[in-house]
Design a protein around this ligand. Structure first.
Ligand code: LLP
Length: 420
């Protein structure tokens, strides 16, 4: 459930009418609802009740805005980070370093040093070579590095190929069949404290079955590792639970159903559980607010040219993702349209033949479920300003990232002396 609703015929974020934000900040603009973020964090925590004191490490990559991170940090969430940049953002926003998990397949020595010096819950290692490097860095800095291996369970997640991570030929983790040997190898490395096992098989999962299959394999592995003498106390089950994008499709499993499955599968593990949700927390807590520039005739349907483009919201171009498109002040009419942005690529198409609220030049529309992997993946392609972000809190709202305008983009470039 989210807090974007029609009130008196106008779409509001909590108690703020979206046209007020468009007027003040301009479009396109991302609008987040603080109450929705908080709600999602609490719903998940309640769904995980009875599992001890699990660490919920929000996947920062979904939405790294400082206001989002600070909101979640106050809810007691930790952070799953995949770069030195994300680590620094999380700490700067008030996330307790002791609740930070450092994931990612290409951690550098500098990133390892940063997290070792600032503190963290655990490194999720993805290869032996990485373990060896971390051992050296830990030794150099005189700190002990708490580690888990991310294992690749070879389970098909049943999601889009570009966001599947747990099949054998994906780049992620170590093959689960080689885990025994890998743990034996790192047990002897100085500076490492082996404490866990981690898994993450993909994103926007709409069935619990692949998750359950992966977790069962992890359970078996934990047993085997303990029998071999490794002190496995932590099981990081990753993220990946899908969110509803299209009300015309069956909704993905609820957090409650997910919690029930986890309770069933992990009972008796005697391990601290870690979760790394991203989309589940942030996805439906944001919309991308855009204005129709013009309506252009098309062969089959008119083109609704909006002022947001693929650089602002890449998901449709990258994953054929479906985002609900709604008028901010619907007047009851409907239309079938191709919704496109101004960027000079055919891929800059949000929807073809979409049945939607009628809209014309000057009208405001929103892309729903744009709180995760949306602003986070935006760029300035076509020399378009970087889209601003706003957070609403009840009747109050604030710009939480101003538009990075063209003057700033131009100023960031440098002419070499030979062109001066
Ligand atoms: N943990 C790890 C190690 C991950 O790689 C990810 C996401 C997560 C947790 C969070 O997954 P979530 O709960 O959000 O599904 N840009 C794509 C999604 C990429 C997901 C990458 N990894 C999209 O827009 O659909």
């Amino acid at each position: 459930m989210d807090h974007f609703d029609l009130k008196d015929g106008v779409l509001h974020a909590e108690d703020v009418p979206l046209p007020a934000i468009a007027e003040a900040v301009g479009t396109p603009v991302y609008v987040y609802s603080r109450a929705t973020l908080v709600r999602h964090a609490r719903v998940l925590r309640e769904a995980l009740a009875g599992l001890g004191d699990p660490l919920i490490a929000y996947a920062v990559k979904a939405n790294p805005n400082a206001a989002v991170l600070a909101t979640l940090a106050r809810e007691g969430l930790g952070a799953d980070v995949v770069s030195g940049g994300e680590y620094r953002r999380a700490v700067a926003a008030g996330v307790d370093p002791a609740k930070i998990v450092f994931s990612g397949v290409g951690k550098t020595a500098d990133e390892m040093r940063l997290a070792l010096e600032g503190g963290l819950f655990q490194f999720n290692l993805e290869s032996l070579a990485e373990a060896e490097l971390l051992s050296e860095v830990a030794f150099e800095t005189g700190r002990e590095a708490p580690v888990a291996f991310r294992v690749n369970p070879d389970v098909a997640a049943g999601t889009h190929a570009k966001i599947t991570t747990g099949t054998a030929d994906n780049k992620f983790g170590i093959p689960i069949g080689e885990a025994g040997e890998a743990y034996a190898r790192i047990a002897a490395l100085p500076g490492l404290k082996v404490q866990g096992v981690a898994v993450h098989i993909g994103s926007q999962l709409t069935s619990l079955d692949p998750l359950e299959a992966a977790f069962r394999k992890v359970g078996t592995l934990i047993d085997a590792l303990r029998r071999a003498g490794h002190p496995i106390a932590v099981a990081d089950l990753g993220g990946g639970l899908g969110v509803p994008y299209d009300p015309g499709h069956a909704p993905p499993p609820s957090p409650l159903a997910y919690g029930d499955m986890v309770r069933r599968v992990t009972s008796g593990w005697g391990a601290q559980l870690v979760f790394e949700p991203g989309r589940l927390i942030a996805g439906n807590a944001g919309v991308l607010l855009t204005r129709v520039i013009r309506v252009k005739p098309g062969v089959s349907h008119p083109f609704l040219v909006v002022d947001a483009a693929m650089n602002d919201l890449m998901r449709p171009a990258l994953y054929d993702a479906w985002h609900r498109i709604e008028a901010v002040a619907p007047h009851g009419g409907r239309m079938t349209a191709n919704v496109v942005g101004p960027v000079c690529e055919t891929g800059d198409t949000f929807a073809m033949g979409r049945e939607m609220d009628a809209a014309e030049a000057g009208d405001l529309v929103v892309f729903r479920t744009a709180g995760a992997y949306a602003a986070a993946m935006s760029s300035t392609y076509n020399s378009r300003p970087l889209t601003p972000e706003v957070m609403v809190n009840g009747a109050d709202w604030a710009v939480v990232r101003p538009r990075i305008d063209i003057d700033r983009l131009i100023a960031a470039d440098r002419l070499p002396a030979w062109l001066g």
